[in-house]
Design a protein around this ligand. Structure first.
Ligand SMILES: NC(=O)c1ccc[n+]([C@@H]2O[C@H](COP(=O)([O-])OP(=O)(O)OC[C@H]3O[C@@H](n4cnc5c(N)ncnc54)[C@H](O)[C@@H]3O)[C@@H](O)[C@H]2O)c1
Length: 354
């Protein structure tokens, strides 16, 4: 089925509100999730709402909490997410970091103890809207590891996303936003729900054999695991996200002595936010960056390519298409979402019919 962004946002907002979130917090979270769907990242879209509702009901995620500054020293801020709705507390942490970077030229924000913050590109875009460059190293905790290190046969980390956003005056920001595993766990969930295979060379089964069956990842005993992208280089970035996002910002990694059974997905994120004005004439920098971006785009496409895209281009194309045609939702995801809404007294079909 396809559903337009607005009623889908309404459905998720109302459902989270019934689950106890303030309407404003519910709306921020719903807009973020639908924003991920619009950009083509169904892995981090409304399908996640079902997990959020479960974590709220289980008392692991606390919807109305705010980001709390735990340490403030010049350009460096430690912000505690207090296990609140990730999209709310991470957005608040970025607002604090943006204000500081505008004052000092650079801000380093260590966000810890935030429940799942979703699509990391949203925070890069938030900084870009204020004209700021940002880079984000994220780790994932609260569950046993699911991603093997480069060259390893057992999982040691989770999908550890990395993001860097370069703002552009025309709003066509360059946003590199990715899991450091070949695919995110959410993309395996989407493939599993839709009865589709996982991409090759991404997944091993519980016996350590390559597979494209996403069910292997969700098997109980022993579960399959993901591989890092890009050989030892991607494996290296995966480690940096764990050490910077996890150990430095969060004081919480996936090593065996830390809490690996919290029961909700928790993200820790180290964000470095840079004000280009602090490094000299912004106009000069922007002109140089634009000239380089045009030069990159001007290369002759290789066989099999229509054009050279830059990070952020696929998301913009998806957004234009899905705003026009609606967001595709597979039957299993819709059924789970509708059941969760019904259990809170909301008729999901009413939104689908809008
Ligand atoms: N919160 C969490 O715990 C968590 C964990 C993992 C991933 N995530 C999120 O999952 C989402 C999906 O991650 P992913 O790794 O599946 O993303 P992806 O593989 O779809 O895209 C990765 C990046 O590559 C760029 N890209 C894609 N195709 C391109 C092309 N042909 N040319 C140039 N650039 C191209 C995209 O613009 C994007 O910046 C991200 O938003 C990420 O933040 C979140």
């Amino acid at each position: 089925m396809r559903i337009q962004a607005e009623p889908l946002t309404g459905l998720v907002t109302d459902t989270l509100t019934r689950a106890g979130a303030e309407p404003e917090h519910a709306r921020i979270c719903a807009e973020h999730l639908v924003g991920a769907n619009l950009r083509g990242h169904d892995s981090h879209g409304v399908g996640m709402a079902v997990s959020y509702l479960r974590w709220i009901a289980e008392g692991r995620m606390f919807p109305n909490r705010h980001a709390k500054v735990a340490k403030d020293s010049l350009a460096v801020l430690v912000v505690d997410g207090q296990f609140g709705l990730g999209q709310v507390v991470a957005g608040e942490a970025m607002e604090i970091g943006i204000a500081r970077a505008l004052q000092t030229g650079v801000a380093c924000v260590a966000l810890r103890n935030s429940c799942h913050i979703g699509r990391i590109g949203a925070y890069g875009e938030q900084c870009a809207k204020a004209g700021l460059i940002s880079t984000h190293y994220v780790n994932v905790v609260g569950h046993p590891p699911t991603v093997a290190p480069y060259g390893g046969r057992e999982p040691r980390t989770i999908t550890n996303p990395y993001c860097c956003t370069i703002p552009r005056a025309d709003g066509r920001h360059i946003t590199l936003d990715m899991a450091t595993s070949v695919v995110s766990a959410g993309k395996l969930r989407v493939a599993y729900m839709a009865g589709q295979p996982a991409p090759p060379n991404a997944l091993m089964d519980g016996q350590g054999q390559p597979t494209t069956d996403p069910a292997a990842f969700f098997a109980a005993d022993p579960p399959g695991f993901l591989l890092p992208f890009g050989g030892y280089k991607g494996g290296g970035l995966q480690v940096m996200c764990e050490l910077l996002g996890g150990a430095l910002a969060g004081h919480w990694t996936t090593q065996p002595e830390s809490d690996r059974h919290y029961g909700a997905t928790v993200n820790n994120m180290l964000s470095i936010i840079i004000n280009p004005d602090a490094l000299g004439e912004r106009a000069e920098y922007e002109a140089e960056a634009s000239a380089m971006i045009d030069y990159i785009r001007s290369t002759t496409p290789a066989d099999g390519f229509d054009e050279v895209q830059l990070p952020g281009d696929p998301e913009r194309a998806s957004m234009a298409a899905r705003l026009a045609d609606g967001v595709p939702i597979d039957d299993n995801t819709w059924r789970e979402l509708a059941e969760a809404a019904t259990s809170l007294g909301i008729d999901a079909a009413r939104f689908a019919a809008d």
